[in-house]
Design a protein around this ligand. Sequence first.
Ligand code: GDP
Length: 308
Amino acid sequence: MGLLSRVRDGLRRTAQQLVGRFDDIARRADTADRRRIPVDAETAEALEELLISADVGVAAASRIVSGVTARARRGESLRDLVKDELRAIVGDDPTAPAPPAGNPTVVLVVGVNGTGKTTTVAKLANLAKAQGLDPLVCAADTFRAAAVEQLEIWAHRIGVDVIRARDGSDPAAVVFDALAAGRARGRSPIIVDTAGRLHTRANLMQELEKIRRIAAREVAGAPHEVLLVLDATVGQNGLAQAREFMASAGVTGVVLAKIDGTAKGGIAVAIAHDLRLPIRYLGVGESMDDLVVFSANEYVDALFEEGW
Ligand code: GDP
């Protein structure tokens, strides 16, 4: 399956929700007196409600509607106007420059348990391999033996080594080992799965900070990327989670997982608008291949895909 169709498939539920209702709004707007008022108040209100229902967020929805209203001219397609505004928020293509390469490149993956973090680590390793890189995975979620075992099963399947904790060892020590092993074996990127829950939130954030410090000490410029995994099905609650991680984990980008399981795929817009974080990848399913590099164009096209 091509990349675009993977994105389209992933966003199917969101698009199905959006498109029919959007067409009704556009049709009504077309029959209204668009010579005098290209986007009337009723259209603007219906559009804003529709965007909010897709979890685009109140602030972004309002910005989109103002932009559309201000720019609309007679005869212009409402769909194109909305798509332009969405693209302006989620970023041009590509959304953000790729992280600088390191020697080796160190990628920390953070997020609360259950969001799809461990699966994402395996998917990232799989993608790196497919790109001809030679990744190494580090299982630093020492709090959850099951996550480590799961990661080992996946890594074995895709043919990537895992550096894991000995029982009771410190996560930062595991990261230290992984960096040493990565250098010795010539592996890059080193993708680190971190804990998503500890005894307290403060403990968790301290642990992430410690991991960052060790990485920075051992490898110049590390961590080169800190990816926050957010569960798209959680909707706006994910934003509060994100703010917490941004404050202490130095998040540089977002992986939006489980976009396939929700009609609220507009959350990517809220993340870009409210948090000003680039979306790097979308998780579109449970298998190892179900991770796609985020593209603003593809995303916006998929949201408004016609003919569902
Ligand atoms: P963690 O606790 O954050 O490490 O989460 P896991 O990686 O263990 O994933 C939790 C559940 O979400 C598992 O059942 C995964 O198969 C599922 N999952 C992860 N990513 C995706 C995704 O992109 N789409 C779907 N549908 N499920 C996913």
